[in-house]
Design a protein around this ligand. Structure first.
Ligand code: AHR
Length: 554
């Protein structure tokens, strides 16, 4: 399937020709209210309401997730200090270099389901003496067929200090997930000692200092278990609340403003939310909870399960499934208010992304790895825009997972490395971090397709979000239509538009992918637009993600 083969070529030509070419009428034109629209072709409209703030977009919404699963840690993040692969203290250098520009705010680790099987004490002290353990994922049916491969065992070379060094290198705050299913609260207390107690105070601090880290790490974010209704212990909400209190009460602060995140529901299970909040409130313990975790993976039906070889239905089934995130946020938020009327507790979407069923692309041991196309870029943009529109509710989010797994931002194998279309969306959207989300009204024709049941499906033609930081206004827009360009009037209410820099991510074919051989097959194109020409209608190409970085004159 080929989507508007002209798009990428034209974008490249535009960029190559520079500003003059970009003044051609088909290109972006923003206007302020009261000026005449430059085109009668507009079928869509976006209103940016600067005087209607929603909330500050927590930088933590741009968080990531790394689990001891398949190729994420070993062959992904960690290559080892003695490796020929360029590294910084054992961490893959290409990954560090790629991550810095996208400002990764938070990194979650060590799981996922793995977290509730992990004993952090195995991953500290001299690396040569650390034990090798069975990995939680070793019995996954995909792995069974592969025999006794090394990926089924964890050598523990990458442990707490290595992870915290990784976070420091990329400027991310660590978010550790504690093992509630198979370790007692006391062992969690000792993990806090290892991470946060001053050298010379506790024996675990001394182990840390002997390993070279005299200064405490000051870890703030702690997940108390993971999916505690499932792999994290199969608890009832009341049982989990009781465990949670045990972990919360025994946690020493060491002067750190600890933020504990509770394991939220299985998708739309509002009863889990209601009963956990009820059980905590009954024991006056809700103040132990700072965040309520949500997980949501978008997926397509049979027609779209393959990451690359999907058809029209596979495209729309996947992109339209992103909307579920918005419903999950609003429904659980409403449910939480029963016990937490003032909404002190915020949502933490600590796993999200598109999960395809196709086989690993790089190496069979990379469990749950699949390719990333412009369709995954759309999922990224649609989801981040949802978080912005609910900036008052969502305090953190972690895309799953960073490398070689599910909604990967990067792929690596041996010394090879490349970034995906989803990565480029994170780069384009980074300007939203810490800015004020403003209400953004998008209207236009819906996208429509033939759904599995023979009926016509319908989904947003255009969608997006906007944020403001002083005179800098960022508008991000997804056009989910496979075929239609959207001629769009963009109106800024409450400010006068100055310069604009436009960045567009699209692809010649919706099946194009970045690979080690062709790392730049799907790349954004950026160009400046002169402010004085801004009097008309902007064109958003089909199957695209666009950012307009607008400087306001006033
Ligand atoms: O991200 C992969 C797995 O998906 C995680 O380990 C688990 O929490 C979720 O079900």
């Amino acid at each position: 399937m080929t989507a508007r083969p002209w798009a990428r070529r034209e974008l490249l030509e535009m960029a190559a020709l520079g500003g003059a070419a970009l003044l051609a009428p088909r290109w972006s034109i923003l206007r302020t209210p009261g000026t005449r629209a430059g085109s009668r072709l507009a079928d869509s409209r976006i209103d940016l309401l600067l005087d209607e703030p929603i909330g500050t977009i927590a930088p933590e919404i741009y968080g990531h997730f790394t689990e001891h699963l398949g190729g994420v840690i070993y062959d992904g993040v960690w290559v080892g200090e003695n490796s020929k692969i360029p590294n910084v203290g054992g961490i893959r250098k290409a990954l560090v270099d790629a991550l810095r520009p996208i400002k990764p705010s938070v990194m979650r680790w060590p799981g996922g389901c793995f977290a509730d099987s992990y004993d952090w004490r195995d991953g500290v002290g001299p690396r040569a003496q650390r034990p090798r353990r069975n990995n939680f994922w070793s019995d996954d049916p995909t792995y069974r067929a592969l025999g006794n491969i090394p990926a089924k065992y964890d050598p523990n070379s990458f442990g707490t200090s290595e992870f915290l060094h990784f976070c420091r290198l990329i400027g991310a705050q660590p978010y550790l997930a504690a093992n509630v299913r198979s370790l007692p609260a006391l062992v969690f207390t000792q993990w806090l000692e290892y991470c946060n107690s001053p050298a010379g105070s506790t024996s675990w601090a001394d182990v840390r200092a002997t390993g070279g880290d005299r200064e405490p790490f000051g870890v703030r974010y702690w997940g108390v278990g993971n999916e505690s209704w499932g792999c994290g212990g199969n608890f009832t909400p009341e049982e989990y609340a009781s465990e949670y209190r045990r972990f919360g009460v025994s946690a020493p602060e060491f002067g750190v403003d600890l933020q504990f995140i509770a394991s939220g529901p299985n998708g739309g299970d509002l009863e889990w939310t209601r009963r956990f909040f009820g059980a905590m409130a009954e024991r006056n313990s809700l103040d132990m909870v700072k965040g309520w975790a949500l997980h949501h993976y978008s997926s397509a039906g049979d027609a779209g399960a393959d990451a690359v070889a999907y058809d029209e239905r596979g495209w729309y089934d996947l992109v339209s499934s992103c909307d579920r995130m918005e419903a999950l946020i609003t429904s659980h938020w409403q449910e939480m208010a029963r016990a937490d009327r003032g909404h002190r507790i915020k949502l933490v979407v600590d796993e999200w992304g598109a999960w395809h069923t196709s086989a690993p692309i790089v190496d069979p041991s990379h469990l749950f790895e699949s390719q990333s196309t412009i369709r995954d870029a759309l999922v990224t943009g649609l989801t981040l825009d949802i978080f912005h529109r609910h900036a008052d509710k969502v305090a953190m989010a972690n895309v799953a997972q960073l490398i070689n797994c599910i909604h990967s931002l990067c792929f690596s194998h041996g010394d090879k490395f490349c970034v995906t279309p989803a990565y480029h969306v994170f780069a384009m959207y980074a300007a939203h971090q810490g800015a004020q989300s403003v209400r953004t009204l998008v209207s236009g024709p819906q996208a429509s397709w033939l759904a599995k049941d023979g009926k016509r499906g319908a989904f947003w033609g255009l969608n997006g979000s906007a944020s403001r930081r002083g005179r800098e206004l960022t508008l991000t827009v997804t056009n989910a239509s496979l075929t239609e360009t959207r001629e769009t009037e963009v109106v800024v209410r409450g400010g006068t538009v100055g310069a604009i820099r436009m960045t567009t991510l699209t692809a010649s074919s919706v099946h194009d992918v970045n690979s080690f051989d062709q790392p730049d097959a799907v790349m954004p194109i950026a160009a400046d637009i002169a402010a004085r020409e801004l009097n008309g209608v902007y064109r958003f190409p089909p199957a695209s993600v666009t950012k307009l970085a607008i400087t306001l004159d006033t």
